[in-house]
Design a protein around this ligand. Structure first.
Ligand SMILES: [Zn+2]
Ligand SMILES: [Zn+2]
Length: 212
């Protein structure tokens, strides 16, 4: 990759892969899925010396969006994504926090809802948006076609797929999202997912047992 740099910071008890992604030419950065553990995120931001200008959300679960409202307030940057179909989940974060003992988690209303075909930008980098329902109804993936790189949230994992048994989940829709939108990106596309190690579309197409 030429200008994209990314650091993965696992956050919350769910070990969610919060991703600090930046344009290495300009050092402008986006925090993707700040679910919690803000001190850890602040440290990563300071160490990489980037300037965070955006927050992007793949979907509305607490481990992905629980600290988004607080980070937005602290940095004064806009939140982009997910798709509007996540509104009910984003409005349920504080209640989930009580259940999971994440008492600082707050509900969040994004500054910009995203839809299929939209574009988001950080520095000179432009990412396309794919609406990938199934794990949750408004999950989105961010794709940089030129650099063959994507962030897919909890839609697809290395050797697994997202759960579809949570509110708004739909197994058939999830499989369709993966087969119709992610697989066609091409075997050489590398991706970071919401939990666990990164992978490539090619590896998952060939060996993911859920896609047989
Ligand atoms: Zn999730
Ligand atoms: Zn997750």
């Amino acid at each position: 990759m030429k200008t994209i740099r990314a650091a993965i910071i696992p956050v919350t008890e769910f070990q969610q892969n919060c991703t600090l992604l930046w344009d290495n030419d300009t050092m402008q950065a986006v925090v993707i899925d700040p679910g919690g553990d803000l001190p850890r995120l602040r440290k990563a931001i300071a160490e990489t010396k980037v300037k965070v200008e955006k927050i992007w959300l793949t979907h509305g679960h607490i481990d992905h969006a629980g600290a988004a409202a607080e980070l937005r307030e602290e940095l004064g940057v806009p939140i982009e994504g997910p798709h509007r179909a996540e509104e009910f989940l984003l409005g349920h974060i504080a209640a989930s926090g009580l259940k999971f003992g994440m008492f600082s988690a707050r509900n969040v209303v994004p500054d910009r809802w995203l839809d299929e075909g939209d574009e988001v930008e950080i520095g000179t980098l432009k990412f396309g948006v794919l609406h990938c329902p199934g794990h949750s109804p408004g999950s989105v993936a961010f794709v940089h076609k030129g650099e063959r790189f994507a962030i897919v949230g909890d839609v697809l994992f290395a050797g697994s797929i997202g759960r579809s048994d949570l509110p708004g989940g739909d197994h058939a829709a999830l499989i369709r999202s993966i087969k119709d939108k992610l697989i066609p990106l091409g075997d050489d596309v590398a991706f970071i997912c919401g939990h666990g190690p990164a992978s490539t579309i090619g590896r998952e197409r060939a060996s993911n047992p859920f896609l047989k």
